[in-house]
Design a protein around this ligand. Structure first.
Ligand SMILES: Cc1cc2nc3c(=O)[nH]c(=O)nc-3n(C[C@H](O)[C@H](O)[C@H](O)COP(=O)(O)OP(=O)(O)OC[C@H]3O[C@@H](n4cnc5c(N)ncnc54)[C@H](O)[C@@H]3O)c2cc1C
Length: 442
């Protein structure tokens, strides 16, 4: 671009600036040169904004340096130092307010899942596997938090949070619903009615507790968790008897089976859990006996927008790396970013990400989350992220395919968000189910 044209463009930019506006104009328009990230952050309440900034810093300092190695060699990766650092910074206790947890108090009721969602996006921007490793325990804790009795809180939640927050030595907790013969089935009402469940609990009146038998599969953090919230039917009954039990990995008869070799989010394990006559004392029943189905649906409703936010992070990570690549790389006489069709593609990606973030935040900002909002945020966030990762790989050509840039990792990571917490098909059915009982007015 010649100099005089450049000067004229700069002059036009100045003419466009807020200072030429009157008082009302300045109230209405914001022409500051600020990234979308900053603009979005400013819309958040003070507490959530603080967590977003903190998470960005943490993910660059702690997650970025580990990402490539943890993805390529997950079996040699020791997660404890990263988990301890995250706990020291308060990220592992975000579901409760002080003195138990670290969530910001004022926006707590309105924005509980928003605090976790903004952290999830930032962590996932650097590495999906490490983000999942750090965030999955929220899912394990959620049944206790949402349906646990006072006794459950004192016996299980309190020590878990204090160990993490006060001592800085966090444990993991997993969430186990999936069985070898029941995946989507247990996440959707019709499927639930037909599900072939094997994990069952039998009451033992002598020892005053339940004997659990069966197995769960694909359990995130299953191999490293000290505690797991496990859903099991009562013997000889169906899914309507589903009950949530808190199992501890030191219980006799509890073991970890196969650890899956995965395509994406490789730094977090997905493992099989085996229960062979595990005795679970009555005090480890979470909530009421036979209340597991409703409990599980509510847990998923609160966590699905967070999965959407994690997906958004993968898409954003791919976008940012692609942008950097286009700025540096020459195609013929010009850098890639100077070609208008490249600019159009990058703009399209930014618009998609912004649309997904708007929906996810809107879903998290509900006073009480509800099924269709949660399912929509998960589906749209994950589908958008996968599309954006694809666009990034396309713009980068052969470089997009190399480990070094991390874009193929984001692509692999984002694919999983379309599958877990209910496949996107199942989430669409969840939305439909919710609206069947209303006027379906979109
Ligand atoms: C890496 C990883 C981590 C995971 N972590 C956990 C975890 O921590 N805890 C846990 O409990 N589970 C976990 N899961 C399990 C996950 O939630 C299930 O894999 C997922 O719900 C899909 O179930 P499925 O694999 O049995 O698929 P299936 O149920 O066999 O589905 C196969 C296909 O059929 C479609 N389908 C099924 N039913 C219908 C229907 N009624 N209408 C239309 N289409 C349908 C599905 O969308 C899918 O495309 C994890 C899975 C993975 C891969």
């Amino acid at each position: 671009m010649n100099n005089s044209l450049q000067e004229r463009i700069e002059q036009l930019k100045v003419k466009n600036a807020t200072k030429t506006l009157n008082f009302f104009g300045r109230l209405l328009f914001d022409n500051r040169e600020m990234s979308l990230w900053e603009h979005d952050t400013e819309t958040l309440s003070w507490g959530v904004r603080r967590w977003r900034r903190k998470a960005l810093k943490f993910s660059r300092e702690y997650i970025r340096p580990l990402a490539a190695q943890a993805d390529l060699h997950p079996h040699d990766f020791d997660p404890q130092p990263l988990m301890a650092a995250a706990a020291r910074h308060g990220f592992q206790t975000l579901l409760l307010i002080p003195p138990l947890g670290t969530a910001s108090i004022l926006p707590y009721l309105r924005n509980t899942s928003l605090q976790v969602a903004v952290v999830g996006e930032e962590f996932s921007t650097e590495c999906g596997g490490l983000a999942l490793l750090l965030l999955a325990h929220n899912l394990g804790i959620a049944p206790l938090l949402l349906a646990g009795s006072f006794r459950n809180y004192i016996l299980h939640l309190l020590p878990f949070y204090l160990k993490s927050w006060i001592l800085g030595s966090p444990d993991c907790m997993s969430f186990a619903i999936t069985e070898p013969g029941a995946g989507s089935d247990v996440e959707e009402t019709e499927g639930g009615a037909l599900a072939k469940l094997v994990t069952s609990a039998k009451y033992d009146p002598v020892r005053k507790g339940y004997i659990l038998n069966g197995r769960k599969c694909f359990i995130t953090d299953g191999a490293i968790s000290k505690k797991v919230t496990v859903y099991a039917k009562i013997e000889n009954e169906g899914i309507e008897s589903w009950t949530c039990f808190l199992l501890e990995n030191r219980m006799e008869g509890f073991s970890v089976g196969r650890r899956e070799r995965k395509m994406g989010q490789r730094a977090a394990d997905a493992s099989e859990l085996i229960f062979d006559n595990v005795f679970v004392p009555k005090r480890n029943v979470v909530g009421k006996v036979r209340s597991g189905w409703a409990n599980m649906r509510n847990v998923l409703n609160s966590s699905r927008p967070v999965v959407g936010a994690m997906a958004l992070g993968h898409g954003r990570g791919a976008f940012e790396r692609c942008l950097e690549f286009c700025r540096k790389t020459y195609l013929g006489p010009k850098r890639l970013i100077e070609y208008q069709d490249v600019q159009l593609e990058l703009a399209d990606m930014a618009i998609s990400l912004w649309a997904a973030r708007s929906m996810i935040w809107q879903s998290c900002r509900q006073m009480r989350c509800y099924q269709s909002a949660s399912a929509s945020a998960k589906v749209f966030g994950s589908d958008t992220a996968f599309k954006v990762c694809n666009q990034a790989m396309e713009l980068m050509g052969d470089h997009g395919y190399l480990h070094a840039h991390g874009v193929e990792r984001a692509w692999r990571d984002s694919r999983l968000t379309q599958i877990y917490e209910g496949t996107n098909q199942i989430n669409r059915l969840a939305l439909f189910e919710h609206h069947m009982s209303t006027d379906f007015c979109a």
